[in-house]
Design a protein around this ligand. Sequence first.
Ligand SMILES: O=C(O)CCC(=O)C(=O)O
Length: 212
Amino acid sequence: MMPDLFEGDARQALDEGAVLLRGQALPIDTMLLAAIETISSQSPFRRMTTPGGFQMSVAMTNCGSVGWVTDRSGYRYAARDPDRDTPWPAMPPQFAGLAGDAARQAGFAGFSPDACLINCYEPGARLSLHQDKDEQDYRHPVVSVSLGLPAIFQFGGLRRTDRPQRVPLRHGDIVVWGGPARLAYHGVLALKDGVHPLVGRRRLNLTFRKAL
Ligand SMILES: O=C(O)CCC(=O)C(=O)O
């Protein structure tokens, strides 16, 4: 279990059920990055296609017993990497531990993710406002870990038209949303160019969910 080193000033409520834990992943950042390298050497990052036929600007891969995928037939969780027809790489126990601990600190004890989507943003890549609703049980929160270049996270309400807050996210930050905020619209503005000392010209994001 991670120590509660960063509670206090580093804990910021975004909404009821949504919390930003500043720097929470910093103590294990190099382990996370090494594990992402290993995972992406097995199931490489790829830019998937939306059901509407657009290629996403964010490149993605997954680890866990299921992974989130999109193609012309829709958004879904799949037990196999469709590009390789193999199971997704296993989720490292430290990933699940970090996510479970962050969820507990946000008030969602007992979170045990089965899916970790790994997003890779290069300068200019963005994720438009969306809800995470491909999971079976919305009682489980979403835990999102930021690594590398800083980004502006948009965190809105339950309607697409609700004006989102702009939350600057830095290397090591974790956002958790669940309960009344579980279906909040969220997204990431186009990544600004830069170089992060550990991650280079990229932002990596781990999004943990309990899909099944
Ligand atoms: O990259 C992020 O910070 C957010 C990722 C996200 O919204 C998602 O994977 O659904």
